[in-house]
Ligand binder design. Structure first.
Ligand code: NAG
Ligand code: NAG
Length: 385
């Protein structure tokens, strides 16, 4: 069944485009690390193994017309703590040290020929409770660092200044407080994606005014499933993607997102506790395109002014919230809105009907929402529509 919800009528219609909302972009890693090995093989490359430190696997990927370009991936995972420091080939692009029960890393563990040019390092699933401030200081080309699933309780300031990082994964640790300055870098301008989800964060310390290094270029920040009770002060960060899913945010009020005019995607799903949306809480987010408020069964809101200022919003996910019946009012508030999800599996798209071309300045086109219940469609099978 599908329905058409107009400004003041409810009509049954027959067509829809469900539109899945992709909130977070795939992290930008060096493309060679992203492509599955088989694809590389198919595109232009070949893969061979080469002699390697005992226990580790060294795989060489060559590509280019005459195999002129090669990268070595070294896998020393699941071998135990004795494996470090491990010698690696000179052209190593990626080193996997995951699942080794490592308790500490410092610069002597990550040193030697081959380390200077490393682009990717995986330290996930170890027992790290701290990292030395200079641990990564010799990794001058490191772009992607995975320290997820460890026991880190703190991050030293300026831990990553020497590395031109674009991806840092610190999810699933024990971090309680993180200073934004921990991510500053000498290498300027590179967009940084930081995953701090599933920690114990109750505070994010803003970058100090007048610090010697500029604020880090964090473009996407995942703070989901932490202990944040208010939206942290993220001014000065060139943020485009932000997730605060699963935090015990008490209120989103005026000024919550001050300084985040560049944000395009915001996720506030499954907030814990009794979250409240106050009028004008999103006012600063004039560039926001996607807002996810799904899974907030107890969300309280204070009328349509809540959505004031969201002039660029295209997709709004209100599924699993009590925020119905809103759609008609929202169409007036949100001039760019293209799709809304509401209730349990109902998806609506904006339709402009009876628009005449060229559009007369005087005649405003009739705007309506066209909704479809995806659960009923699923129940009826794929050919039902
Ligand atoms: C670095 O860590 C290793 C392994 O945990 C340790 O044996 C060594 O003493 C540390 N070196 C320094 C300089 O702290
Ligand atoms: C970070 O690591 C976790 C756990 O290994 C993983 O689920 C998540 O997708 C990673 N985040 C990014 C941005 O790659």
């Amino acid at each position: 069944m599908s329905c058409l919800v107009g400004k003041d009528q409810l009509v049954w219609g027959a067509y829809c485009h469900p539109s899945p909302v992709a909130l977070f972009p795939a992290p930008t890693m060096p493309w060679s690390l992203l492509l599955p090995p088989l694809l590389l093989l198919a595109v232009s490359g070949a893969q061979t193994t080469r002699p390697c430190f005992p226990g580790c696997q060294c795989e060489v990927e060559t590509f280019g017309l005459f195999d002129s370009f090669s990268l070595t991936r070294v896998d020393c995972s699941s071998l135990g703590p004795h494996i470090v420091p491990v010698p690696i080939p000179l052209d190593t692009a990626h080193l996997d040290l995951s699942s080794n029960r490592l308790e500490a890393v410092n610069e002597s563990v990550l040193a030697g020929p081959g380390y200077t040019t490393l682009a990717g390092l995986d330290l996930s699933h170890n027992l790290l409770t701290s990292i030395s401030p200079t641990a990564f200081s010799r990794l001058r080309y490191l772009e992607s660092l995975d320290i997820s699933h460890n026991g880190l309780a703190a991050l030293p300031a300026e831990s990553f200044t020497s590395s031109p990082l674009s991806d840092v994964n610190l999810s699933h640790n024990q971090l309680r407080e993180v200073s934004v300055s921990a991510f500053t870098s000498h290498g300027q301008g590179r967009a940084l994606h930081v995953d701090l989800s599933h920690n114990l964060l109750h505070r994010l310390v803003p970058h100090p005014v007048g610090a010697s290094l500029p604020a880090p270029a964090i473009q996407s920040l995942n703070l989901a499933w932490n202990r944040l009770r208010s939206v942290p002060d993220l001014r000065d960060l060139p943020l485009r993607y932000l997730s605060l899913d699963g935090n015990p945010l008490a209120i989103v009020g005026p000024g919550a997102f001050r300084g985040l005019e560049g944000l395009t995607h915001l996720s506030l799903g499954s907030l814990q506790g009794l979250p409240r949306l106050a009028p004008y809480g999103f006012r600063e987010l004039q560039g926001l395109q996607v807002l996810d408020l799904s899974g907030n069964a107890k969300l309280k809101w204070a009328g349509p002014e809540v959505f004031s200022g969201l002039d660029s919003l295209q997709e709004l996910d209100l599924s699993g919230t009590g925020l119905v019946p809103l759609p008609e009012m929202l169409l007036l508030r949100l001039p760019a809105l293209q799709s809304i999800s509401v209730g349990q599996g109902v998806q609506c798209r904006r339709l402009v009907r009876e628009g005449s071309y060229p559009r007369q300045p005087s005649s405003s086109p009739k705007v309506a929402l066209h909704c479809v219940d995806t659960r009923e469609r699923a129940a009826k099978g794929p050919n039902a529509l």
